[in-house]
Ligand binder design. Structure first.
Ligand SMILES: Cc1cc2nc3c(=O)[nH]c(=O)nc-3n(C[C@H](O)[C@H](O)[C@H](O)COP(=O)(O)O)c2cc1C
Length: 224
């Protein structure tokens, strides 16, 4: 698979097969992703990976807590800024509408939406869950570096026939996740990521999200 194929075939996969991912594959992906760039070569990424029993235990812990705390414990950072402005607000809305349409869940069906959202906390059935954190003493440029590492992981996963879904939704359970991972106090949980083999028969994986056209965000000058 070349890089263009990896980029174009990466989607957020929200239904996985239970087939396990070998430890050697996970290590190969995380190891190769070390070549991701970072300002000043700080390499500010930290990754914790769960599979098997530790993953089952965390999923069970969240399942126990969800009924009493459906919003979770609250994220340590704003997933979106309060008062999200256009055009970002509409894009966020559209992506939600498009996703729920794939499984025939309308806006009025709040329970079905909640249940689907809660699948985040099962890693959508993926056999591997990753957690990405960053030293809280670092700033936005280093968060951006962490994002580059994550995207590199997602593209390398494609080269191994695997799919992923990045998941900020885990950040609202940072306390419980932190306890399970024994996360060092200086580390702030940014996001989780599901990793595994896509369930190709699940309708939710038919979603191909929209994108703004190149001319809407790119300015090129000085070309012929
Ligand atoms: C940092 C980050 C966090 C995300 N968090 C979630 C999440 O918690 N749950 C989810 O279902 N999708 C999540 N997504 C997936 C986005 O919704 C998705 O990338 C976007 O709609 C574009 O679709 P695509 O990834 O299929 O191209 C996240 C993506 C990123 C980059």
């Amino acid at each position: 698979m070349n890089v263009i194929e990896a980029v174009s075939s990466r989607i957020s996969c929200r239904a996985f097969l239970p087939a396990p991912v070998p430890a050697a594959t996970v290590r190969a992906i995380l190891d190769a992703a070390r070549r991701a760039p970072s300002g000043g070569n700080l390499q500010p990424w930290h990754v914790h990976v769960l599979t098997g029993e530790p993953l089952t235990e965390l999923v069970a812990a969240i399942r126990r807590k969800l009924p009493a705390e459906p919003q979770g414990e609250g994220s340590e950072y704003d997933i979106y800024p309060p008062g999200l402005v256009e055009p970002y607000r509409s894009r966020r809305f559209q992506c939600g509408e498009d996703m729920y349409a794939t499984i025939n869940v309308g806006r009025e069906n709040k329970l079905a939406r909640l249940l689907q959202f809660a699948r985040n906390y099962e890693f959508f059935g993926a056999p591997v869950g990753l957690f990405f954190s960053v030293d809280r003493r670092l700033g936005p440029p280093q968060w951006s570096d962490l994002g580059m590492y994550m995207q590199t992981v997602m593209l390398l996963a494609r080269a191994h026939g695997l799919h992923t879904c990045a998941q900020e939704s885990w950040s609202v359970w940072h306390r419980t996740v932190g306890e399970h991972l024994q996360l060092a106090p200086e580390l702030m949980l940014f996001a989780g990521m599901a990793l595994g083999y896509m369930d190709p028969s699940h309708p939710i994986n038919t979603l191909r999200t929209q994108r703004a056209t190149l001319d809407e965000f790119a300015t090129l000058r000085g070309f012929d």
